[in-house]
Design a protein around this ligand. Structure first.
Ligand code: SAM
Ligand code: SF4
Length: 329
């Protein structure tokens, strides 16, 4: 088993395949978008596959494809198909905004993808437009229907923001009454590509849970999985469940089993670090698999203890102003 210098198992890779996106969520990027990466800057299909299979060979058994929006990348289904055939990979999942996803759902099911994270911050079309700056609410809801119809586990990710969507907390919880979905409320993080001023959060995990508990006093704490980043709860009589992710408070670092690779091939061993290894350069300058593995192991054995330490160690403040689409949320 692959472990870091703090004894934490590392078995989960989050692979961001593009920085591009068809939404402009204000907490992730500015209205005009980002200075998009050029095609040569992005990892190619072959490079994504090589990095993935190297890491699976070292002990990673779960990969999440994220971005940017994975489905704006033209070779995404080819990549998913190849990854799904990797021996040793037990779980392949995707985080998507759901705008382009619906037509691919039956193929995802066929590839063995059992669970998808769908980002949806509101059940109100006007607020959806205000948050994402695009009129795509119906398309996202259609994806939700398709995922449920194909019996794929759905986790709905909702970022909670003062003055934007706190009125959606209870309707999103209500969704779990009849639908077998996990709704997970996420604290807002500073990675908005300077889309707006960030001055801390008014709604942390404690306040979000207080709001839910007030209306659902019968809510019960569930047993969280060993590496869960969410605190999970069941409400008696509801088919789904709810959770809260303390992404800004960073309460889950002690059991963090995940590493990230950005769209340009930078390895991040913490969401809050500014990159610890340039895998793309290693691949493009002819390093063999053993050399890449050695460099990966070194990075894993020098991992920050938690997100606060990683943030203190960053070399420039630029990473804090980065967009989540470049980090790979
Ligand atoms: N485009 C896809 C999507 O939105 O699902 C995948 C990439 S997106 C960067 C991954 C997740 O990061 C989404 O659930 C999104 O809500 C979350 N996210 C983006 N910016 C964030 C921020 N500043 N704070 C908290 N979560 C954020
Ligand atoms: Fe796009 Fe996802 Fe960022 Fe929204 S959160 S702008 S959907 S990458």
């Amino acid at each position: 088993m692959l472990t870091d210098n703090h004894g934490r198992p590392i078995n989960y890779l989050r692979l961001a395949v593009t920085d591009r996106c068809n939404l402009r969520c204000f907490y992730c990027m500015p209205e005009h978008g980002l200075d998009w990466l050029s095609r040569v800057e992005l990892l190619s299909y072959e490079e994504l596959l090589r990095i993935s299979s190297l890491m699976v060979g070292m002990g990673v058994n779960k990969i999440r494809i994220t971005g940017g929006e994975p489905f704006v990348r033209r070779d995404i289904m080819q990549l998913l198909s190849s990854l799904s055939a990797l021996p040793g990979l037990d779980e392949l999942t995707i985080t998507t905004n759901g705008v382009l996803t619906a037509p691919y759902v039956s193929e995802l099911k066929r590839l063995g993808i059992r669970s998808v994270n769908l980002s949806l911050d509101t059940l109100d079309a006007a607020r959806f437009f205000a948050i994402t700056r695009r009129d795509e609410f119906a398309a996202v809801m259609h994806t939700l229907e398709q995922l449920l119809k194909h019996d794929i586990d759905v986790k709905i990710n909702a970022v909670v923001m003062q003055g934007r969507n706190t009125q959606d907390i209870l309707p999103l919880v209500e969704l779990t009454r009849e639908l077998p979905v996990s709704v997970r409320f996420i604290e807002e993080m500073p990675f908005n590509g300077d889309g707006h001023q960030f001055s801390g959060i008014a709604w942390d995990h404690v306040r979000i849970m207080e709001e839910i508990r007030q209306h659902h006093p019968q809510i019960i704490k569930a047993v969280d999985g060993p590496y869960s980043t969410s605190y999970n709860y069941n409400i008696p009589g509801h088919k789904g469940n709810v959770g809260v992710i303390a992404a800004y408070s960073r309460t889950f670092c002690g059991t963090c089993n995940r590493i990230r690779v950005t769209p340009t091939g930078i390895l991040k061993t913490c969401l809050y670090d500014d990159g610890v290894l340039n895998l793309r350069d290693m691949l493009r300058t002819g390093n063999n698999d053993e050399e890449v593995k050695r460099a990966l192991l070194y990075a894993l054995k020098h991992r920050a203890a938690d997100g606060h330490e990683a943030e203190r160690l960053v070399k420039s403040t630029a990473s804090i102003h980065q967009s989540m689409a470049v980090i790979g949320g």
